[in-house]
Design a protein around this ligand. Structure first.
Ligand code: MG
Length: 622
C-alpha cells in the first residue's frame, strides 16, 4: 500500500502476578499521582476505565510508569495493575477496573515511576497481513478486519467487491457470528457502515447497495495498530466514494474507524467487549443529504444458522423481532443457535450519538440483520467541514442474553465510573545546563554537541550547528540566561548576535542584539515574525540577560496525520524580568521551525553564525 503505518508503542506493559516482578522496583519511590475511581450509582464488574495524564510529565516523556491499587499496596505491597497508555495529547492511561466494584464505592490507585518493563501474561494482540487484520487473545480469535478487496461469490457482479469491513466476528468459543455475501443480500458483509439513500450534488448515491454502481466504501490505510494488556485494536482510514458524479468518481466522505477489543471476559467467562467509533467528515465541497430512509449506517449480518426459531432479538425497551423494527433503544441484542449452542451480540449506541436513542432496522422474520438507522427519524444533512462521530459498543456473549448483564454494560458505557487524577509529586526542576557538561544536549542531528564550555557557560561555536535537549517537553517553565557578542557597527539587523530559543523545535523566541531599538517582530524577544515583544527590555551586548518562559503547547485531538489542532500554543514570557508576552497565542510554527503536532518537542538553541553565550538553563515540566 505504501502507506506509513505507525505501530503504537505501548510504553507500559505490566504483569499483574509474577514471581519475577518484585516489589523493590517501585518500593522506594513516592507516587506521581493518586487516581480515584468512583463506581457511582451502578455496580461495576470488570469495566475499562481511563484518565488523561494531564500534568504528569513522566508520562509525556515516555518514562515507564506503573499503576498500583492502594488497597493492595497496603495488604501485599505494590503489585502493579495491568495498564496501558493510549497515545494522544495529553495521553490517556487505560486499565480494567477488575472484579466487582459495588455501587457507591470508591477505589484508589497510585501511579509510580518505574524502571520495570515486563511483558504481560495476556495481551489483546493485533496481527496483520496483506489482506486482513486479526484481533486475538492468545490462540482465541476475536474479530477480523478485511482491508484487501473481497470479491463476491463466482458469477456475481464484480461491483460487490468490497474492502473495509469486519468478518468474521467470533464468539468466545469460536463460532462465526457474522455472514457475508448471503444469497438474499449479496452486498451484506459482516459488520460495515455505509449510508444507503443519499443525495450528493443533485444525484442519488447509494453507498450500501453496491450493484447499482452509484457508490462504494473502500479501505484507504491503517493509521495505527495497538496490542496491549488492556486493549488491542486498530485505527483505519476509509473513503465513501460516489462513482458517477459529473466529474467522475469523487470521494464524498472520509472516515476513520477506531476499533478496540478489551482484555475482559474471554472463553472462560463466555464474553468479549469491544468498542467501535466511526468519525466521518465530508471532504467534498457540497453537503451529503440523507433523506429519511428505513436503513443505512452501522450494520450487522448474523450467521446463516441464526434463522426463524433459531434466532432472537431483544431491545432495551423489551421489543423483539415481532415489534422491534423502527423503534428506538439504547441497546439491542441479537442471538441465535449454531449447532447446539446459543450465542449473541448486544449492540449499544452511545448516548452522545446523533438521534440517540437511535432508531433500528430489525428483520421481522428469516435470518438476522441489525442496523442502527438514524435516517429513520427524518431527513438530515452532513455538512462539509464538520465531524460526525458514531460510537457503538458490542457485547459478544455465549448463551442467551441476561437483561441484567446487558443493562450493567449499558451503564458502564453510558455512565462510566468517574475517574479523578491528582498529582502528588511536586514539580521537579530539571537543570539542563549548569556549566558541568552537555549531558542533556545533542546537536541538531542527535550527535554530540560541538559548542564550548567556558566556566559556567556554554558558547556557540559558529558553523557547528544548533543544539537541542535530549528530552522532549510539552508544557513547561523555562529559565535561561544569554550574553550577546559586541558586533562591529557595520553589521546590521539579523546579523547582530543572532541566536534563538526554539520551543519544541517549532516556535522561535528570537535572540538578537536589539539594544535601544524599536520593538520588532524579528527583534530580540519576538516570536519570530509573528509577534514583537510588548517592550524592549534588552541589555547591552556583553551583559548577561535572562528569559523566563511559561509555555503551554498547542492541543490536538486525534493522532498522527489525523491530529487536528483544537487550541493554539500559549506563551507568557519575561525578558530580564520585564513582561514582554502576556499569555498570548502562538498561532503557528515560526520560520524554520518544525510543523506543529501533538508530540512534545525539544528545546533547541539556534546557531546562527554568532558567538552567543548561554548559562543557567533550568526547566520545570508543567
Ligand atoms: Mg534567531
Amino acid at each position: 500500500m505504501g502507506n506509513r503505518i505507525s505501530i503504537r508503542i505501548i510504553s507500559m506493559f505490566i504483569l499483574v502476578l509474577s514471581a519475577t516482578l518484585t516489589n523493590q522496583s517501585v518500593a522506594d519511590t513516592e507516587p506521581l499521582a493518586t487516581i480515584t475511581v468512583e463506581a457511582g450509582k451502578h455496580t461495576r464488574i470488570d469495566t475499562p476505565v481511563s484518565v488523561t495524564l494531564e500534568g504528569i510529565p513522566e508520562a509525556l516523556s515516555n518514562v515507564p510508569i506503573q499503576l498500583c491499587e492502594l488497597e493492595l499496596v497496603r495488604r501485599s505491597g505494590r503489585l502493579p495493575v495491568a495498564s496501558q497508555i493510549g497515545p494522544g495529547n495529553p495521553p490517556r492511561l487505560w486499565w480494567i477496573l477488575s472484579g466487582t466494584t459495588p455501587a457507591g464505592s470508591k477505589r484508589v490507585f497510585q501511579l509510580f515511576k518505574s524502571p520495570v518493563m515486563s511483558m504481560p501474561s495476556t495481551v489483546v494482540e493485533v496481527t496483520k497481513d496483506d489482506s486482513v487484520l486479526q484481533i486475538r487473545r492468545g490462540d482465541t480469535k476475536i474479530l477480523q478486519y478485511n482491508h484487501a478487496p473481497v470479491p463476491p461469490p463466482e458469477g456475481k457482479n464484480p461491483l460487490y467487491t468490497r474492502s473495509g469491513f469486519i468478518h468474521p466476528l467470533w464468539s468466545p468459543r469460536g463460532a462465526v457470528l457474522t455472514n457475508i455475501h448471503p444469497a438474499d443480500h449479496i452486498h451484506h458483509i459482516g459488520i460495515w457502515m455505509p449510508w444507503t439513500k443519499t443525495k450528493f450534488e443533485g444525484k442519488e448515491v447509494d453507498f450500501w447497495n453496491l450493484a447499482g454502481g452509484q457508490g462504494t466504501v473502500r479501505f484507504v490505510k491503517f493509521v495505527s495498530t495497538t496490542s496491549g494488556p488492556v486493549y488491542g485494536g486498530f485505527e483505519v482510514e476509509q473513503e465513501h466514494v460516489a462513482l458517477k458524479t459529473a466529474a467522475g468518481e469523487k470521494v464524498v466522505l472520509k472516515e476513520t474507524w477506531d476499533v478496540r477489543v478489551y482484555n475482559i471476559g474471554g472463553p472462560e467467562k463466555g464474553y468479549w467487549l469491544w468498542d467501535f467509533v466511526s468519525r466521518q467528515h465530508v471532504v467534498a465541497d457540497s453537503p451529503l443529504h440523507l433523506p429519511e430512509y428505513r436503513y443505512g449506517g452501522f450494520g450487522f449480518r448474523g450467521a446463516a444458522e441464526w434463522e426463524g426459531e433459531n434466532a432472537a432479538y431483544l431491545t432495551s425497551e423489551g421489543k423483539t423481532r415481532k415489534d422491534g423494527h423502527a423503534t428506538r433503544a439504547c441497546w439491542c441484542d441479537t442471538s441465535g443457535r449454531i449447532d447446539r449452542d446459543w450465542q449473541g451480540v448486544t449492540f449499544y449506541s452511545h448516548p452522545e450519538n446523533f438521534r440517540h436513542p437511535e432508531p433500528m432496522r430489525i428483520w421481522p422474520s428469516g435470518q438476522v440483520f441489525f442496523n442502527w438507522a438514524p435516517s429513520q427519524a427524518g431527513d438530515w444533512v452532513m455538512e462539509p467541514g464538520k465531524e460526525y462521530v458514531f460510537r457503538y459498543r458490542q457485547y459478544v456473549h455465549e448463551g442467551k442474553v441476561k437483561v441484567a448483564d446487558a443493562e450493567r454494560i449499558w451503564h458502564d458505557y453510558a455512565e462510566p465510573p468517574k475517574v479523578k487524577l491528582e498529582r502528588t509529586s511536586k514539580e521537579k526542576e530539571i537543570v539542563l545546563f549548569d556549566g558541568t557538561d552537555f549531558s542533556h544536549w545533542t546537536d541538531q542531528n542527535g550527535k554530540p554537541v560541538r559548542w564550548e564550555i567556558v566556566g559556567d557557560a556554554m558558547k556557540i561555536v559558529p558553523r557547528k550547528g544548533s543544539i537541542m535537549t535530549k528530552r522532549k517537553f510539552r508544557d513547561f517553565k523555562l529559565h535561561l540566561e544569554f550574553k550577546l557578542p559586541q558586533m562591529p557597527p557595520n553589521v546590521r539587523g539579523q546579523g547582530r548576535g543572532n541566536s534563538g530559543v526554539y520551543i519544541q523545535r517549532r516556535y522561535e523566541v528570537q535572540i538578537l542584539d536589539s539594544y535601544g531599538l524599536e520593538t520588532m517582530n524579528n527583534g530580540c524577544g519576538s516570536l519570530y515574525k509573528q509577534r514583537a515583544p510588548d517592550k524592549n527590555a534588552c541589555k547591552k551586548p556583553g551583559e548577561w540577560q535572562s528569559y523566563d518562559i511559561i509555555f503551554h503547547a498547542a492541543r490536538f485531538e486525534g493522532q498522527g496525520n489525523n491530529a487536528k489542532k483544537v487550541k493554539d500554543a500559549r506563551i507568557t514570557m519575561r525578558h530580564n524580568g520585564v513582561l514582554i508576552h502576556d499569555d498570548v497565542a502562538v498561532p503557528n510554527k515560526t520560520g524554520a521551525g518544525r510543523q506543529e503536532g501533538p508530540e512534545p518537542g525539544p528545546i533547541l538553541l539556534q546557531e546562527h553564525g554568532n558567538e552567543v553565550w548561554f548559562r543557567n538553563i533550568r526547566i520545570v515540566p508543567l
